[in-house]
Design a protein around this ligand. Structure first.
Ligand SMILES: Nc1ncnc2c1ncn2[C@@H]1O[C@H](COP(=O)(O)OP(=O)(O)OP(=O)(O)O)[C@@H](O)[C@H]1O
Ligand SMILES: [Mg+2]
Length: 234
């Protein structure tokens, strides 16, 4: 399967915005791109601010219906296994794998947005990291630019490496036009300690397609895709 698996250091770290920017840039470049969100939760709550729900944002960025992007949808703003249990449902790993493989079948490039962070359970004994490993896609890690990101990002990189997952890069989102000393230092420190490519994605005012495509085009997604299957830095 050709594609990338976008994970994050945490929930709200910027996976959806990053995924949408990658999708928009790829679509603009003529890449036959599709999006997949294995499970979306929290649909009972209306989104705050200009950004729509994950599957709507991803779908709009590559011309897919939201339901096609996320086949498993739950109302509770909770981890997938709990959100499913609250509706009397149970998520099976085999179903997650089959859905993702179907989404990435054929001559397409698949952008998968994970759920929460790497170790979040999708099913009882099956984590986001397990699914990423099963699909054989390199990780792009969405991280915050400010306070707290050093520990979260380094922990995520360590967890990925421990599990043998390839890391394409880390992207610090919401990157201000004029980064302050904290953001600049975080970028330098992660470049020094992370042993991974550390990039930034600008702070965007909202889901404006041209701005998202421009932000995504600044990321080295072509190289990441060309070097798929290699381990270490892509
Ligand atoms: N590059 C960005 N520019 C502007 N706002 C951003 C950016 N990245 C993230 N945000 C803000 O942070 C919020 C959370 O980002 P996002 O939804 O991408 O996180 P997530 O990791 O996908 O969260 P979830 O775990 O819910 O899937 C967005 O709704 C938006 O308000
Ligand atoms: Mg999201």
């Amino acid at each position: 399967m050709r594609g990338l698996f976008v994970t994050g250091t945490d929930t709200g770290a910027g996976k959806s915005v990053l995924s949408a920017c990658l999708l928009a840039a790829m679509a603009a470049a003529g890449e036959p791109v599709r999006a997949h969100k294995p499970v979306v939760t929290g649909l009972a709550e209306a989104p705050e601010g200009p950004w729509p729900a994950d599957h709507e944002l991803l779908g709009a960025s590559c011309g897919m219906a939201p339901e096609e992007v996320a086949p498993l949808r739950f109302g509770a703003p909770a981890s997938p296994h709990l959100a499913a249990a609250l509706e009397g449902a149970r998520i099976e790993p085999a179903e997650l794998i089959a859905n993702a493989r179907a989404a990435g079948a054929g001559p397409v490039t698949l952008i998968v947005e994970g759920v929460g962070g790497l170790l979040v359970p999708l099913a009882d004994d099956y984590s986001v990291a397990d699914l990423a490993g099963e699909l054989g896609l390199a990780l792009v890690i969405a991280a915050r630019p400010g306070l707290g990101t050093l520990n979260h990002t380094l922990l995520t990189l360590e967890a990925a490496r421990t599990r043998g997952l390839a890391v394409a890069g880390v992207v610090l989102g919401r990157w201000p036009e004029q980064p302050g000393p904290l953001e600049r230092s975080n970028l330098q420190t992660l470049r020094r300690l992370g042993e991974a490519e550390i990039l930034t994605l600008p702070l965007l005012p909202g889901p404006e397609p041209a701005a998202m495509a421009a932000a995504g085009a600044a990321l080295p997604w072509k190289r990441w895709l060309e070097r798929q299957g290699e381990t270490g830095h892509l």
